[in-house]
Write a protein that binds this ligand. Structure first.
Ligand SMILES: C[S@@+](CC[C@H](N)C(=O)[O-])C[C@H]1O[C@@H](n2cnc3c(N)ncnc32)[C@H](O)[C@@H]1O
Length: 246
């Protein structure tokens, strides 16, 4: 409850989606339960929903707009499941690697991507400093709050240019939280602004400050989701998802 007696958006959303909370959370090495991947969205498995849910061109277009980067470059998918994203990035000329801490989904990595999709934890990664130009991040909200800073510091260490935060925030639209059951497996429930505070206190800087750049990434978002709901609730929230190392 806020000082004025009103409920924060996080409290409102947690109440509305209480049925999702605690689902697929385990304390086994901090990994989500295997069942998380069997019921990824609408009772469908991660593999079955992947093509419809993941759009590498959209992410590559955003990276190009924000940092002016063109493939080839190296990218790390933090929370890469069975490595299906790597193949999609590869088709666009991006050398993508992955790190995933759930052994069950990781064991389903196709043979040709096993060398680049590692079983490991974003809190301590087996990569040297500055190994990747960019990080595509989807794993942080599955960690407990007290471990987020350690994980972001580790991402800062292995990253050279910037990070795209694509994890769940409590102020996303209700439609998207409901459709994808985005609160299942989560341990940290923060708004976009709270996530950006965490990136900034661990060394990153906002990558989008200019309003024409914000217009451009909002246009990319609208085009990608033309016949669907938006991932971001509004243009302003997109400022809180792109961070540069320097
Ligand atoms: C929402 S899924 C996204 C999968 C993939 N990146 C995509 O975009 O389709 C998040 C992934 O992060 C993984 N994950 C959660 N905590 C992790 C950790 N501490 N280290 C590595 N992976 C983690 C989960 O097991 C899950 O596979």
């Amino acid at each position: 409850m806020d000082d004025d007696g009103s409920q924060s958006i996080t409290e409102v959303r947690k109440r509305k989606f209480a049925y999702q909370i605690g689902k697929d959370v385990t304390d086994r090495n901090g990994a989500v339960a295997d069942s998380y991947f069997e019921n990824y969205s609408g009772n469908r498995r991660y593999e079955d929903i992947f093509q419809a849910a993941f759009n590498s061109k959209y992410l590559v277009d955003l990276i190009n707009a924000v940092w002016g980067a063109q493939a080839p470059y190296k990218l790390l998918d933090c929370g890469s499941a069975n490595g299906l994203t790597l193949k999609q990035f590869d088709r666009l000329g991006v050398e993508a690697w992955g790190i995933e801490n759930n052994a069950y989904i990781h064991s389903k990595t196709p043979v040709e991507w096993r060398r680049r999709n590692l079983l490991g934890d974003v809190r301590k990664m087996p990569f040297t400093d500055g190994s990747f130009d960019f990080i595509y991040e989807t794993s942080l909200p599955y960690l407990p709050e007290e471990e987020i800073d350690q994980a972001i510091k580790e991402m800062f260490r292995v990253c050279r240019a910037g990070i795209v935060f694509h994890g769940t925030a409590t102020d996303m639209t209700e439609e998207v939280i409901e459709d994808y059951e985005l609160f299942a497996g989560l341990q940290t429930f923060w708004t976009f602004a709270e996530w950006s505070d965490a990136f900034v206190r661990n060394g990153f800087q906002f990558a989008v400050s200019d309003s024409s750049l914000l217009d451009e990434i909002w246009r990319i978002e609208q085009e990608a989701d033309a016949d669907d709901w938006n991932w971001y609730p509004n243009k302003e929230s997109m400022r809180f998802s792109f961070f540069s190392k320097r």
